[in-house]
Design a binder for this molecule. Structure first.
Ligand code: NAD
Length: 246
């Protein structure tokens, strides 16, 4: 197997489980040195990756996570800002607790901003690096998820596009991937039903529920040097579902 990230150093937020854990496994199989930053202290990635406890919505935690990578490996080439939450399954605008709205923004938006801010400190002086954010198919189709989650993922796309311009002048690529339903612990908690019932609810018959490993493959493509001219993209990973329902 050609190792596509040989010699690279990657930080993956939210890498203890789900899509982030699959990416940690895949990136390390492709030769990257990987550090996971997560609030969970156990990782299911199953690979010899390093781990730091970090709440992405804490400025100090993100600073420490980036510094930990640099002190371990002397550099940081890839920031995969993947940590995200979906709180409250159906918070109508009349009943949602404003604190729930804010919490989703703290993790999904502020956490993405802090990841970029702290990694830019390291990447700008080197004039190289890539940042991959995590959006969602809710940026292409409405009513799939609660408004707090949808609004937060739109903000992440805004960050992506603006930082692409701002950091592009330093040779830093910034992109976002936006998956549709992926079978992860988050999806299981969010759906509140078994996998078969979830699939029936969210997908047309001809499609299978995506696996975390399949999203990790897309992330690998986006962060590897083969994608060096891909910048500012919000890449939908949805099997065409959103286009069909638009
Ligand atoms: P998951 O809940 O299975 O994993 C998320 C990881 O993020 C967990 O390890 C969790 O501990 C960590 N995390 C949560 N809050 C954190 C914080 N404050 N600081 C650090 N780490 C934190 O979720 P997943 O399904 O793997 O989702 C990963 C990303 O993909 C999220 O941004 C999510 O919004 C996005 N996404 C998921 C789906 C899906 O269907 N699963 C679809 C579209 C987008």
């Amino acid at each position: 197997m050609a190792k596509r990230l040989q010699g690279k150093v990657a930080l993956i937020t939210g890498g203890a489980r789900g899509i982030g854990a699959a990416a940690a496994r895949l990136f390390s199989q492709h030769g990257a040195k990987v550090l996971i930053a997560d609030i969970r202290s156990e990782s299911e990635s199953g690979q010899p990756v390093s781990f730091v406890e970090c709440d992405v919505s804490s400025d100090l935690d993100m600073l420490n996570a980036v510094d930990a990578v640099v002190s371990m490996h002397g550099k940081l080439d890839i920031m995969y800002s993947n940590a995200g939450i979906a709180e409250d399954r159906a918070p109508g605008i009349l009943s949602i607790d404003p604190q729930v709205f804010r919490k989703v923004f703290d993790v999904n938006v502020y956490g993405s901003f802090l990841a970029a801010k702290h990694v830019a400190r390291v990447m700008v002086p080197k004039c190289s690096g890539t940042i991959l954010f995590t959006g969602s198919a809710v940026t292409a189709s409405y009513g799939l998820a609660p408004h707090n989650y949808t609004a937060s993922k739109h903000a992440v796309v805004g960050l992506t596009k603006n930082l692409c311009v701002e950091l592009g002048q330093f040779g830093i690529r910034v992109n976002c991937i936006s998956p549709y339903a992926v079978m992860t612990p988050m999806a299981a908690e969010f759906a509140g039903c078994d996998e078969e019932a979830y699939k029936k609810r969210v997908l047309p018959d001809h499609l299978k529920l995506m696996r975390a490993e399949e999203v990790a493959e897309v992330a690998l493509n986006m962060v590897s040097d083969e994608s060096k001219y891909i910048c500012g993209l919000n890449l939908l990973v949805d099997g065409g579902v959103c286009l069909k329902s638009a």
